[in-house]
Structures are given as C-alpha cells and as structure tokens.
Design a protein around this ligand. Sequence first.
Ligand code: ASP
Length: 323
Amino acid sequence: MEKILIIHTGGTISMTENQSLGIVVPSDSHPLSENLAYLKQTASIEEDHLFDLPSPHVTPTHMLKLAKHIEMKLKEKPYQGVVVTHGTDTLEETAYFLDLYLTVDAAVVITGAMRSSNEVGADGLYNLIGAVRVAKDPESMNKGVLVVMNDEIHSSAYCIKTSSSSVATFQSPQFGPIGILTKQEVYFYHKWIEREKIHFQTVTKCIPLIKAFAGMDQAFMRAIQTLPIDGLVIEGFGQGNLPPETVAVIEEIVAEGIIVVMVSRSFKGVVQPTYAYPGGGKDLKDKGVIFVKRLSGPKARLKLLALLEAGYHRARIEAILEK
Ligand code: ASP
C-alpha cells in the first residue's frame, strides 16, 4: 500500500461546533483522527499534528516551518504523498508558499473544510479522503502543490477562496481546475506549465499588500511610505491602473530602491501596461512598477517575499516576476 503522511495544521477541518452556543471551536483531539478507518484500508497512513491554528493565525513563519517539516519527513521515509489539512482562509497562501519552496518529487496536496466535523453536511472527512486519493495517484507527482476540495483539483498558483461559506469555495477563476475526482477515478486534464522554485530560508521582509479604490489619494500612499517596507504589492484597477494622486509617492518609493509590484484587483485577466494617462499602467511601468501577470495579490506578495529573501537583485526579480 502507498505510504501517505497527513500533517494537520488546524482550521475548521479540525474543529467542532458547540451546538448550544452556535460557535465553532478547536477540539482537544483531531476529530478526523477517529474516522480514518476507511482511509487506512486504502493506504498506509501516518499522522502528524504540527500546529492547531485557525488559518488567520498562520504566518509565513509557520509556512516555512511546515515546508521544512515536509522536506525533513520526505528525507526520513519514502512517502508517496503528503496531505496537509489547513484552515481555508489562508490555505491558498500556504499552498503557494509550499509550491515555491519545495523541490520534492512526492505529491503534496492541501485540503480543508468549510463545515466543522459535527455539522450537518460536514465536508472535512470527504475532502481528506479526496486529498489522499490524489496524493496516492502516480499522476499527481511533479504537478506542484495541489489544492483538493469538493472533488476538484486546483493548482496552488491559481486557486482562490471565492466564497465565505460554500463548500465549492476554491476556484481557479481564470483557468479552471486542473483535474477532478469522480467516485472511482482521479482525472487530470490540465498541466501547469510554468513553475518557479526559489531557494530561501528566512521570511523577514515587510511587504504590505494594498488594494486600489476610487479616490485613493496621496495621503494614503504617504502613510504606506512611512512604514519600514521592503516591497509593496498593489492590486490596481483592471489592467493595472491607479488614481493619478498616488503616482508621485510611488515614484519616490521606487527611487528608494523598493520594489513595487502591480497585480489586478480583478480576479480574471492579467495586468499589462496599456494606458498612458497619469496613473495608467504604461505611466506606472515607465516609472518602475513591475507588472505581475496571473497571480493574485496575496500570491504575488509571497513570490516577492521569497525572491527578496533569496537575495536576488532588482533586475533578476523583475525578469522572474514579469515572465
Ligand atoms: N476560519 C477558518 C480557518 O481558516 C475557516 C476554515 O478553516 O474554513 O481556520
């Protein structure tokens, strides 16, 4: 039988609902551990409890610890796959972080739940079974870190949590899932063609992520400029445009040697330097803003973090981010 390691990190998948109070709380023991009998008939399962965190408490420091833990475990034993259980709020960030960091052959799959273990229609055990099925499948190897929820397989770079409550929350709006699970099969039908590995060992940089809004002004940008920032990611309008009042400060930030990255606040399409009016993408690009296609703000932020931690200089960072 294939050896699969399950690493628990917390989240709703490890919580139970207190039905009298109507609140969801962490439980003393992992509620799914008692329900693994079915899985244990299909694979040789080992379990690790690394953290017990709601995922809004997860930071890049935890992500790095998890990445190193996976690396270490795979050196110790030839697991065919690793399944990480995680809260859904920041799952897409941990998944992408792992993908940037890990250079392992084993399948790495991350899953979570939208409903706690004792709620009607709880999806945790179902998603965990799906994640293990994908982790066991030889086709899952070398496909990057995969997000498996609700019978779909998503690549970590493109999936986002789209709904605050639906079990179908994880979607890849631009490209769709790369595979699906049926009752009997795991089907892959897309291949992720561009993957980046970045060698970094620390997560120290301060990189705020801000979102453009109508009327965003100079005072707002000045407030950002006073922070001790190492980089800045902006979710601009459409193809990467901003209100003209922000441009002078952005120019100053770039002149200080700080990398400013533009992604779109639209969740489909890509940024490109099209408009030359003040604050338009072409204007910003000419002033040194780097345009990142395809990634969401939180993921572009993690990629910039990894690149800065790796000690790359601006030209190399620009070349990688603008690819
Ligand atoms: N707030 C929870 C968390 O991310 C939500 C979930 O797991 O679905 O930990």
